[in-house]
Design a protein around this ligand. Structure first.
Ligand code: DI6
Ligand code: FE
Length: 397
């Protein structure tokens, strides 16, 4: 296919979205083979099937690098309780929060969980998302963690989308291990990680490093197993407080540190040294009425790449719109539209350890979005509009 008459946000330059006006993109099978201006189209590509986009904007296919999209039930009741004064942490300590989703996820069948996840996945696909990350972490027993990961993998067979799976066994301490977090890590979390890896179900390992979840020593034990298995790590950290998670993530060369509202300038420096991405999740910030802003300027100063994701989950971020996540990243966190677009493309790819997605250049996977807009800032600026025209996944419309 040869896409012609395009405004291309290649993201190849540091300024102005790497825009190419009057551009064209040649695809060969599932890869981008050439990008340039209409005048420079090599003769060889003139015979390809043409797709005239009539001046529309083309961006890379979008990437949602942090989701918990497989889960049972919902937490609307808890939303009400929070509006009546309960805090997220109070609900978690009272056995609600993540634990109530664990109960619902354990009870639900594979088929039900898959069908419900697919409705959310479809909403993301409809906005041009071509790659999502999906975490486990609502099972907290071997059977249910494996069930979640199998469903996550199955999403890619059911829909035109790629899925990266992340093992999040260290998400919360289940009721049956209340007060025995260390025993949970040793008896359940680590053996389940080894089993999930043996079944080829894990692309990365995550944890929730927080006062209401696991401390750095407990997460480090899980990360040591990840290292042993050759798996990259990432970490939910500094979401509600700072107990040293970003420093731990940096020590393990994590792909990313996620949430990071309570991270410091020193944390940003550590993440820069480890080459980790800071993943900001404005949907969770918004839903929890958080007021502590992530240290965006420190990330900029230290050249920490910033990614943006939905965190789609039933508790802290019931959000299945990557475009709204982008808008919120700008409005709430003051990212520029260029930074926000990088956050759901190139930097999202990097947070997943994916090298051939997120920019428009030869060799990249042919995942592209054609938008009914003229300038990329329009994607971040609108609220509740979906200007997608055509989504191209692995070279196919
Ligand atoms: N932080 C989050 O925002 C998600 N997990 C986590 O560690 C949401 C968890 C939930 O409330 O269900
Ligand atoms: Fe999360």
């Amino acid at each position: 296919m040869l896409l012609t008459n395009a405004t291309i946000a290649s993201l190849e330059d540091n300024d102005d979205f790497g825009l190419i006006h009057a551009g064209a993109i040649a695809l060969g099978h599932d890869r981008i083979v050439w990008v340039g201006t209409m005048q420079d189209i090599p003769q060889a590509y003139e015979k390809l099937t043409k797709f005239d986009v009539e001046g529309r904007l083309i961006t890379p296919g979008l990437i949602d690098c942090h989701t918990h999209i497989v889960f049972g039930g919902n937490r609307a009741r808890e939303f009400e309780m929070r509006l009546n004064g309960a805090s997220y942490e109070d609900l978690a300590k009272a056995g609600g929060g993540i634990m109530s989703t664990v109960t619902a996820t354990r009870q639900a069948s594979h088929e039900t969980l898959l069908a419900q996840a697919l409705t959310r996945v479809d909403a993301l696909i409809a906005q041009g998302v071509c790659l999502i990350e999906v975490k486990s972490g609502y099972g907290l027993d071997q059977e249910t963690e494996l069930k979640m990961l199998r469903i996550a993998k199955q999403i890619a067979a059911e829909r035109p989308i790629d899925v990266k799976t992340t093992f999040l066994g260290a998400h919360a301490v289940p009721a049956e291990y209340a007060g025995r977090a260390d025993a949970y890590i040793d008896d359940v979390c680590i053996p389940t990680l080894r089993q999930a890896h043996a079944e080829n179900l894990v692309d990365a390992v995550d944890g929730f490093c927080e006062g209401i979840a696991f401390n750095v020593d407990q997460i480090a034990r899980v990360f040591d197993v990840a290292v042993d298995l050759g798996l990259p790590v990432k970490l939910h950290t500094e979401q509600l407080s700072n107990i040293g998670g970003s420093q731990l993530a940096a020590k393990y060369g994590a792909l990313s540190a996620d949430h990071v509202e309570y991270a410091t300038d020193a944390d940003a420096q550590a993440l820069a040294q480890s080459g980790s991405v800071a993943v900001v999740l404005p949907g969770a910030f918004y839903t929890l009425s958080e007021t502590q802003l992530p240290p965006i300027q420190s990330f900029r100063d230290h050249n920490v790449p910033i990614a943006v994701a939905t965190d789609c989950n039933p508790g802290s971020s019931p959000l299945a719109s990557i475009l709204l996540a982008m808008n919120m990243a700008c409005t709430l966190f003051r990212l520029t539209p260029h930074e926000a677009l990088l956050g759901i493309t190139a930097h999202g790819a990097r947070a997943l350890g994916v090298q051939d997605q997120g920019r428009i250049k030869p060799g990249m996977l042919a995942n592209l979005c054609v938008w009914d807009v003229h300038h990329p800032s329009e994607l971040a600026y609108r609220i509740g509009f979906n200007p997608i025209h055509t989504r191209i996944f692995r070279g196919s419309r």
